[in-house]
Design a binder for this molecule. Structure first.
Ligand SMILES: [Cu+2]
Length: 120
């Protein structure tokens, strides 16, 4: 009986990390809108996650003046947010298709664009 209990404890101890590894990967990223010499850009511009990841984006608009608004859109994932300076926004989605998907500000075509890269 003692051997069985020891074996059971050992099995549980070894299987716990495996069970965690089998869960969906997660990615928590903070993306900040900033202005450099007159050019507005979300940084980092390229977001890289693995397919199947539960992605949580924290969007922060730091471009003056207070109350200014910029967009953050990933049309292929049907994401379109308005982010006001001083009011960070959280976006959650599952990266369920692999590829390279454009990110842009839907309000300002000249705002530098980026990409969401979902690795297969
Ligand atoms: Cu903008």
């Amino acid at each position: 009986m003692r051997k069985v209990v020891t074996l059971l404890a050992l099995t549980l101890a070894l299987s716990a990390p495996l069970a965690r590894a089998a869960g969906a990967p997660t990615a928590a990223l903070t993306v900040v809108n900033t202005e450099y010499e007159g050019t507005k850009i979300w940084v980092p511009s390229n977001l890289i996650v693995k397919k199947g990841s539960k992605v949580t984006l924290t969007l922060i608009n730091n471009v003056p003046p207070d109350g200014s608004q910029h967009g953050f859109a990933i049309p292929d994932y049907k994401i379109e947010e308005l982010v006001t300076k001083g009011e960070p926004k959280t976006v959650e989605f599952v990266a369920n298709k692999a590829g390279v998907f454009p990110i842009h500000c839907q309000l300002h075509p000249k705002h530098v664009a980026g990409s969401l890269v979902v690795l297969p």
